[in-house]
Design a protein around this ligand. Structure first.
Ligand code: AMP
Length: 456
């Protein structure tokens, strides 16, 4: 199949061509035609499958005709980063269409968003909390909405956004086309889907199909030698761009600084950064100004950077799901990638669990010439715990995942739509040396299992 079969408006086709997309991905092949025909869609797919174009292209196509300067398409996403990514995808694919999109999320000035909304945009990409603020304050008009997209619905559920989403949906026209994307289908998402979708086409990109694109290796090491090992490994490995995961925000920041001091173009991405700094770190990593990004699981969620050559787990992830998520950042779009994991003695149980999920023993490697016997410094400043009664120290060292947010925290206009969540996202199971995403799919038509939407 080629993009020509979609018969896109020449200005949109030009945008696709400029992006260098040769042929549609499986989800694009299956989902774009019914969406172009106006059907509702339930897309079971993760980031990395090409799902963004599944809604962006039909939105652009539909909006080419009809009035300009009024909000006709709304995409709701769980995090600011994902919202920005979608906004950028709209900008790229729609560069010749003259259609305008704006992002709406917390943590940045609401006035600027209001100005942009007033200036006349056709597409809004929003996180739920701030969008609801605008709705309540009458600073956004959704009465002409034709298309609604809920992206990463399961993550929005994890983050406690479902009540907000239900409220938003009460403020948009009943007659609309709705698309929902989710990697998993917990009960609450099934309920939501039944409420908001009308006779949807269901497209599932099987997350369990093996993709032998990632090579895994374990580097057993003592805790105090991790940074030295990291530096040694980077010196001896041919890397393009490297994403490093740490367990805490504090450690992400520290490792980023250590890499910078060692002469690497490195940045860290963690929840303590302002939105501008997060975006600068992401943009710099994406455009190659930073070769290395050090991140926590939460901060890295939804990062879509296709050219990551190496994922290095400086700290072992807490769950096997987190492992497959992390390594899912490399080996994307048919490229190959390497996943290195530093493991200390206490990680053995997790190593066994990961091997069980992969269905294979992971190769143990040592770095030639590295002094694994070097004793820990008398005062281990690197990993010393702060005094137990220091609230500041406690805050700095806890895993980022414990920085939770709930729906009840989302009441102020200046709240921030962060990447933080209440519990780990459950994704599809991983397979042998595979990333749990993309590649194959099956289409079902929604006349089974879906009843007409109650909100329409
Ligand atoms: P997504 O799942 O939408 O986040 O897309 C994952 C990555 O695949 C992004 O970097 C897209 O730019 C890229 N992509 C999407 N569709 C295609 C395609 N048809 N061909 C090549 N790359 C694509």
């Amino acid at each position: 199949m080629s993009f020509n079969t979609f018969n896109l408006h020449p200005r949109i086709a030009a945008g696709v061509k400029a992006l260098g997309y040769d042929k549609p991905t499986p989800i694009q092949c299956q989902a774009i035609p019914p969406v172009l025909q106006g059907h509702d869609l339930m897309g079971l797919a993760q980031t990395g499958t090409g799902k963004t174009a599944v809604f962006v292209l039909p939105i652009l196509e539909r909006l080419m005709k009809g009035p300009r300067g009024t909000v006709r398409a709304l995409v709701i996403a769980p995090t600011r980063e994902l919202a920005e990514q979608i906004h950028q995808a709209i900008g790229s694919m729609g560069r010749q269409t003259g259609l305008r999109s704006v992002t709406v999320y917390g943590g940045v000035s609401a006035n600027l968003q209001i100005q942009k909304l007033r200036s006349g945009v056709e597409i809004v990409v929003a996180c739920p909390g701030r969008l609801l603020d605008h709705i309540r304050q009458g600073t956004i008009n959704l009465s002409h909405l034709e298309m609604l997209v809920l992206d990463e619905a399961d993550r929005m559920f994890d983050m406690g956004f479902l009540p907000d989403i239900r409220e938003i949906i009460r403020h948009v026209p009943v007659k609309r086309q709705t698309l929902v994307f989710s990697a998993t289908m917990p009960d609450d998402i099934q309920r939501l889907v039944r409420e908001v979708l009308h006779a949807p086409v269901i497209v599932q990109i099987d997350p369990g199909v093996p993709v032998d694109a990632v090579a895994h290796a374990l580097y057993p090491v003592d805790q105090h030698l991790k940074t030295e090992l990291l530096l040694g490994l980077l010196r001896h490995t041919d890397t393009e761009s490297v994403l490093i995961f740490t367990r805490t925000k504090h450690r992400a920041k520290r490792v980023g600084q250590q890499l910078e001091r060692a002469g690497y173009r490195a940045a860290s991405l963690q929840g303590n950064l302002s939105q501008n700094k997060r975006q600068a770190a992401l943009d710099g990593f994406r455009d190659g100004s930073y070769q290395i990004l050090v991140a926590t699981d939460i901060a890295a969620r939804g990062i879509d950077i296709s050219s990551i050559s190496h994922v290095i787990n400086y700290d072992m992830p807490d769950t096997t799901d987190a492992y497959t998520h992390r390594i899912g950042r490399t080996g994307r779009a048919a490229k190959t990638g390497d996943a290195f994991t530093f493991n200390v003695r206490e990680d053995e149980d997790m190593v066994r669990n990961i091997e069980r999920v992969l269905g294979e023993k992971i190769e143990r490697r040592t770095l030639n010439g590295f002094d694994y016997k070097k004793a820990a410094p008398a005062r281990d400043t690197e990993f010393a715990r702060p005094p137990r009664n220091s609230p500041r120290g406690r805050r700095q060292n806890k895993p980022e995942a414990s920085e939770t947010r709930t729906a009840t925290h989302q009441k102020k206009m200046h709240r921030s739509e962060s990447s933080e969540s209440r519990k780990p996202v459950q994704r599809g199971s991983a397979h042998r040396h595979s990333i749990p995403q993309q590649r194959s799919g099956s289409t079902g038509h929604g006349n089974h299992a879906r009843k007409p939407a109650t909100s329409r």
